[in-house]
Design a protein around this ligand. Sequence first.
Ligand code: ATP
Length: 779
Amino acid sequence: MKRKFKSPSSKPISSNVKPRARLAANELKWKTVNTPSFSGIDGGGGMMMLEELDDVDIEWEEGEGGRKVARFVAKEGKKIKGKGKAKEVSPDLSAVEEAGDKLNDNLNDRENGHDEAEEDDIADEVVEEDAFPDFAALEKEDIDEEDEEIHERGEVEAEPPFDDALLPEWKDIKLHTSLKKAFLAAGYVKPTDIQKRAIPSGLDSRDVIGVAETGSGKTLAYSLPILSHLLRSPLPTNSKKRHLSGLVLCPTRELALQVVDHLNILLKHALTASEDDGEASEKPKTAGPPRISLGSVVGGLSAHKQKRILDRGCDILVATPGRLWDLIKADDELASSIRTLRFLVIDEADRMIENGHFAELENIVKLTQRSGAASHGPDDADPVFAQLSTLLEDSEARDDMQTFVFSATLSKDLQQNLKRKQYNRGKGKGKRSSTLEDLVDKLDFRDPKPEVIDLSPEGGVVATLRESMVECIIADKDLYLYYFLLRYPGRSIVFVGSVDGIRRLIPLFTLLQLPIFPLHSQLQQKQRLKNLDRFKSTKNAILIATDVAARGLDIPQVDHVIHFNLPRTADAYIHRSGRTARAKNEGFALQICCPEEKNIQKSLMKNLGRIHEIPELSIETDFLPKLKERIKLAKEIELAEHSKSKSLHDKNWLIETAELMDIDIDPDMFSDKEEEDKDLPFSRKIKQKKGMKKSIDLKGLRNKLKELLNEKLIARGISAKYPTSGSKVIIDDLLRQTGHATLLGAGTKKAYDEVQGAKRKLGQKRSGGIVNKRKKVSN
Ligand SMILES: Nc1ncnc2c1ncn2[C@@H]1O[C@H](COP(=O)(O)OP(=O)(O)OP(=O)(O)O)[C@@H](O)[C@H]1O
């Protein structure tokens, strides 16, 4: 729970102003703020709701040592409603004082122009220290009198009426009607194929293993039966902590936070009273504790906050295995609630259960296993579970737990590492068990025959995806990537094989003035989320990522996925490519393939069961020399900047070391004026001069690049000066603004439309007509 102060007044109390009566934070009437969802950083940090205050001011008082201390006071002429009357509070206000301090710092920071991220951090910390009542501790008085009736706790709420004629395609799926109302609002007019098959089984208490193409709505396929079950369960009581009903395990932090966001949005629609219900629209049906509460537990964000959410209790927890297991080890109560789950979901299951991929997942899953089951359950002799032995004696896993296992890929063949020689030599063939066998081995399905729904598409990728490739030598990959990004503006995700690769490309493309954002595991989590948000909100943005972004991320309107380095497994290719062409939309995937990757590409296509070769993208080669010039210059600048910052770093290191060792350094060593050494031989003097010139030229290089970037890029046969002449007349395009925005004379077809129908059987010889990109582009 996060509290938001409404228009805080930061004016200090002057000595001649009579202090107003102070109010205790816990006594105030906090109001829930309705927000569409909690996305990004705060949502991930574990914020469950926002609250605000009316008619309350903050006054600042000087505390000990000149510290500013915040006090809540009633606004002039206002009486504070609610259980708390205006009163003098006890001197022990440390939590509020701390919050006040930080709020004060926050205001100062804003004035000093600190950036958004810092404000986020500070806002988080204000919450961190405040002692808020938890849901369990809410008392009757906290609920509006008029809402009291619908908040009768412990009772099953009647389902609101719903006219099935509005959503005939959902008619046969017996979900709670509030959810159907939400589908109307979200525009989900019909269930997707996987939803049509999986939801009824889920509602029917079955275990489900679901495989369906990327972007086909698997999140709702596994979530809706859980939400429906919870909505049909008795309303949460005020007196007891919520019992954890569902656990969703995801492989990446971003995916876990996205699932929480997705469900929160749906619940907001589901639990908002509509005009038909005879209540004002947009008003949540219930005040007080949320009808269903979701929590997230992921690495890289405050474990302390996540622990507080768990202590408060939630209905569904979405987590990454590493952080969850860390918390379980230190919290018997949490371990016990995992042991008695009603629903366990494993999203992206093939990657999650892969041997050695998530050791923590196995431990978590073990807690949900029944002792008598084939898979046995946790053994208190096992050192991993030894410390939980009392818990293991006292509690037994439920017999009615349902397990849902979902992914877009569920085949061992697709996971085969195409680079490892052992597979190429055929070693281990036939010995590997199937993913399904692994699942049955590791999970204690209560259902003797879990429902297996396999809707994976032919060739692995969705029908609305078009694929293409560019073949070039490794040194020209940057050039073709640059060409593609300029030629086909749109939102693009570029997948790179290593973090080092991303670190190399980011400065290059930043110098080339493209809106590019990195995403990889070595970035701080808050930075990862921030970059993702920027990518989502920037036009024609580029996300350059490792496979941490390959699975599950549902970013609207991603036009292109570019495999800058080919992935090592076919499943990675499917998941990466699946970030575009989602929910039946069009999408385009490009492979930039060098000769060294050709074998991998062949195996990749073979493992995907392809019979046709991927068509080559035709390149308008006229533009390449100019683009190459820009790249060359940008690389030079990058190199010069790198060596400059390295020498600065070395100097700093030398100063710090000298200080530590109490040694004096000759100041000439740090002189920027690289004076000519009179004793040097002539040839060395020339070299030294060249070096000096290089460092002075950095500014010149930057200016030169600026000039190049401002220069128009013009196709051959076009005259920018005389647009009505030349072999290609562009005057009409210029007048109607129909031409390409940056490449004068280039076509304006989308990448998706470029590769229509260009199919050739795998293994067939290439005939003329297509530019041979393998040829090195001349300098
Ligand atoms: N019935 C529906 N009608 C229309 N859109 C839907 C429906 N169900 C889900 N969606 C939308 O489809 C998009 C993809 O859904 P989701 O992320 O669940 O796909 P997925 O199958 O889990 O993909 P991936 O395999 O990549 O993880 C989401 O934006 C979601 O809002």
